[in-house]
Design a protein around this ligand. Sequence first.
Ligand code: SF4
Ligand code: SF4
Length: 744
Amino acid sequence: MAGFSEADTVHPIHPREVADKSVKGSLSKAIRMALDVESEAVRRNTRTFNEGRYRATAAIEDYEQLKDRARAIKEAAIDNLPELLTTLEAAVTSRGGHFHLARDAADACHYIKKVCLQCQARLVVKAKSMTTEEIRLNGVLEQAGIEVVETDLAEFILQVSGEQPSHIVAPAIHRSRERISRLFKDAFETDRPLDTGEDLTRFARDYLREKFLTADIGISGANVIAADTGTLMLVESEGNIRMVTQAPPVHIAVAGVEKVVPRREDLAPFIELLGPSGTGQPLTSYTSVIAPPLDYPSFSFGGPPAQDRQFHLVLIDNGRMSMREDPVFREALYCIRCGACLNVCANFQAVGGHAFGGETYSGGIGGSWEAGTGTLQKARFAELCTGCSRCIPQCPVRIDIPWLNTVLKSRLDQSGGVSLQKQLFGNFHLLAGWGSRLAPFAGWVWGLHLSRLVMEKLAGVDRRPDLPSFAARTLARQYRQWRKKRAPQVQPAGRETRRRAALLFADVYTNYTHPQRGMATVRVLERLGVQVELSKVIAEGRASLSQGMITRAGQRAGNIAAYLEDHIDQGRDIVVVEPSVLALFRHDYRHLLKDPAVFEELKAHSYDPMEYLQTVIAEDDLKLEHVFDVDKSNGKRVFFHGHCQQKTIDAVGPTIDLLRRLGFDVSTSSAECCGMAGSFGYKQEYHELSMSVGEDLFDQIRQAETPGTDRIILASGISCCEQIRAGTGRPVLHPMELLAGIML
Ligand code: SF4
Ligand code: SF4
């Protein structure tokens, strides 16, 4: 077994006690427990993985192409799965192995138990396998009087503690070294030193060595299986898989049918991607590529003569073939279980898989697997996915995880009804419209303690966070007044006309709650010679999509696309101040618009304001000092937090670049998400989680401050602004507000 570092205290578990998180109350309880007990270890371990992953993937020269190749192989494999299974069966049996295709968990367990009983097995050693967790294999074998020993360190820890896995790669990620030491001391009543990673590793290795040598059967999973040769590819960091697959005379490999790819050479991109994406290693410590049964006798270790080897490949359907038929959840079958989407997820980092997870699978991708291999109700924890999208660029097979979770939410609501809370947040534009019409009276009522209690009771709107205040002078109103006073600017000769006509999209958030950001954008763009028009205020679907109200979001997307298409045809670019709305146009609408060409056109013509500014400055060869008073920006200290979705659509870089070119001294946040995520932080059941996630960002802001010379805090997203204000008490500006203040 390899060394036992802090990050290695991470691996899977046994479903001894399966928490029921199918109802709201118990999900809230699981969140509270996780925040109190497990959060620190999960944060530390996921961050170690993240740092490794960023380093390791950056070192892969053709990383994006490699991801494309892996995705293409998985897509083709799932398309041709029935044929591949036939090919695989022939390959395995022609080598002298046995092949069993199990329709469900019971069938798989029955077959494996039968093999164990036929072999008169008393001791089975197991390597980590989420699929055997899924089918609850250990309990079935134990009931048949067979001793089952988990040999992966994290699985071993969980077997001792009787817990569920909290991570698909690192099932014991929620346990700190100190908690593992206490666990071992209590469970084994030993006085051996168990204080360091090395102590714990040595202890487990000594305990397990005896088991490897005397086991009758080894059970492993498989990361990928090649149909043409029956070759298994297994990656690991401890070496126990090699022992499990090679020491005992009988090897049973258990895997989902989705692990099959056509050819042996198709294993290559997965070998290259799994280590960097999973543990952050360029290559995992051990990579086994084997085609069992092995052609040398099993080890006898000084005991009776070695027996001939036996090999059984048990492939499991258990809902996967139905997932294959599902137009949305088919995508989950491409998952190679690397865990990157769990590690990068801010909510997962805060609570781990005992709250953000089901009976077997956890994190953003876990909901699809729980629903696919179990029931839809088991995927209720998918509500913890805020749709922040930070996992999408990290997924080595490019799975759109937030979209899967949005569909899960939608299907859950179809079976249980859309709550008042979701109706309220999903129709934010109605609330905001009336709030602005009745401002400031509406704001006063909104802020009353009694109102907050009623909203909490009826709609689950947490009473603690300040609610957004609605502006009486909306962006639309301010723009009309401003336009009356100021004639549209005449274009200087010799400039590209198309680049200089823009439609500022009046999203409902900017229009009703933060109009000053919109007006600052109008003023800066006009100063650069761009003719700016303001759009109508139309709900664009972000609010409803976040609540899983897909049909409504789709209707809104259709309306918006038709409206914006006209403007694009007239040569206008679309500038969008609120990043979550820009991300709709550039990413989410691909799922909502019927015509892909319309989506592509909208995507190509939509801009973040700072990004648009950079484009205009570059294309028109403008000198910054002719537009901005750089004496005011030079050396001024700012802290910028980019919005999560803005990062995913690559629209953060231009802001940082432009600020630096203007001479600002820029610090940036490394927080993936502020925690507020639109309406998420206002919901009673998630408010504490939201603030806990935000704590990282608040700390980074505090650390960037120097007494007496506070940095100006900048954030692009409205919910980020609200969250930072709540967490630090500091005012927050949109970068365009800062730039409007230094215009010549
Ligand atoms: S979209 Fe965000 S919240 Fe959802 S799973 Fe991905 S990282 Fe987590
Ligand atoms: S969804 Fe993607 S990132 Fe998440 S575990 Fe699967 S392959 Fe890895």
